[in-house]
Design a protein around this ligand. Structure first.
Ligand SMILES: Nc1ncnc2c1ncn2[C@@H]1O[C@H](COP(=O)(O)OP(=O)(O)OP(=O)(O)O)[C@@H](O)[C@H]1O
Ligand SMILES: [Mg+2]
Length: 336
């Protein structure tokens, strides 16, 4: 069942052109000239209830602008957006009761107030029933160690603690959809791992729909089934994360540790990428030859200590998608 529907959604920002020269300050005051910055350039997608979608793209691609339109913070310039049956910017307060939002760059909590006080305030603002509030606080105590820093003002929290507080705040009212805009920014690997487990459980146990924006591709790989890639305001990929490596590149790397100092090594259908002492890395096309075939060819000729096969990094796949999309745009940019 579709819970988020987006059709040809656009957002442009009007930026006043600053004039220079004599009396510039005065002229800027009355400036009527603007340039348009197109942040989101006509995107369409549907998200079903219970999906976990990664939203990826380079800096300035339009991710946060999209999230802000989906949550009612920004009014679209054109197009349609329906979230949980509501038009976000028209029904912002009603929608707020149904969704949770975390912006990793900026805490939603009161800066000088102990975390628990912020949570109590939110309880009042969102009229969260006492039993739900209590159950959630207990749950998050267990899962996120909330009690360890609940009496600390937000300004004194570590980044990881702040992220956890923001998550708790966003989830207090059992929202059906959770929007996460770079939630793990600056957070260490251990905290990231806890975050990922937490998010997966939330999705499984409550069927919470999750939209996650991040620059960390392992967040996507470990959490999301589906990924959308946005570049210059346009969605250039929307599909399952599983199987992406297969679809976008047939190349794998065979890493071989040889037993003793050997000279030149050659294997048919494998290209030597790098030699470092006893270790050699070969690139091969999985559609043409399998790793085990290559090993069979190597074994009689050289003494081998250890062998492994490396999958491409998801980063490499995403880079490949950007490049292909940039190639398609090439005719427009020949004037450069
Ligand atoms: N309020 C605004 N006024 C003018 N331009 C804006 C405004 N907000 C965003 N932009 C511009 O719109 C574009 C998209 O910005 P957005 O914040 O959506 O990118 P992003 O994909 O979230 O990037 P990042 O990964 O850096 O967070 C950028 O070029 C940005 O400068
Ligand atoms: Mg952003």
């Amino acid at each position: 069942m579709t819970i988020i529907q987006v059709r040809d959604l656009r957002k442009h920002f009007k930026i006043p052109v600053r004039k220079e020269g004599r009396l510039a300050a005065v002229r800027n005051l009355f400036a009527r000239e603007h340039t348009l910055k197109v942040a989101v350039d006509g995107i369409s997608f549907n998200i079903d209830r219970g999906e976990m979608v990664g939203y990826v793209g380079p800096n300035g691609a339009g991710k946060s602008t999209t999230i802000k339109m989906l949550t009612g913070i920004l009014v679209p310039s054109a197009g349609e957006v329906v979230v949980n049956g509501l038009v976000p910017h028209r029904d912002r307060m009603r929608l707020a009761h149904r969704i949770g939002v975390v912006f990793g760059q900026k805490s939603q909590l009161w800066w000088d107030v102990p975390v628990i006080e912020s949570l109590r305030l939110l309880k009042e603002i969102y009229k969260i029933p006492a039993n739900i509030y209590k159950a959630n606080i207990e749950l998050f105590n267990d899962l996120l160690d909330l009690h360890k820093f609940q009496n600390t003002p937000v300004r004194q929290l570590s980044l990881g603690q702040r992220m956890r507080s923001d998550l708790v705040a966003a989830l207090l009212h059992n929202p059906e959809i959770l929007f996460l805009d770079e939630p793990t920014i600056g957070v260490d690997v251990v905290a990231k791992d806890r975050f990922r487990t937490f998010i997966r459980n939330l999705n499984q146990e409550r069927q919470t729909t999750i939209i996650l924006t991040t620059h960390d591709m392992s967040d996507i790989e470990k959490v999301c089934a589906r990924m959308m890639i946005i570049d210059e305001g346009t969605i250039i990929y929307d599909g399952q994360v599983a199987g992406m490596k297969e679809r976008f590149t047939p190349y794998r790397v065979l890493v071989v540790d040889f037993a003793d100092g050997i000279g030149k090594v050659e294997i048919d259908q494998a290209e030597l990428l790098k030699r470092e002492g006893q270790r050699a890395r070969f690139r091969f096309n999985r559609q043409k030859v399998s790793a085990s075939e290559l090993i069979t060819r190597l074994a009689p000729k050289y003494r081998v200590k250890d062998i492994g096969v490396e999958e491409p990094e998801i980063e490499a796949i995403v880079r490949e998608i950007y490049l292909r999309s940039a190639d398609n745009k090439l005719p427009d940019s020949t004037e450069l």
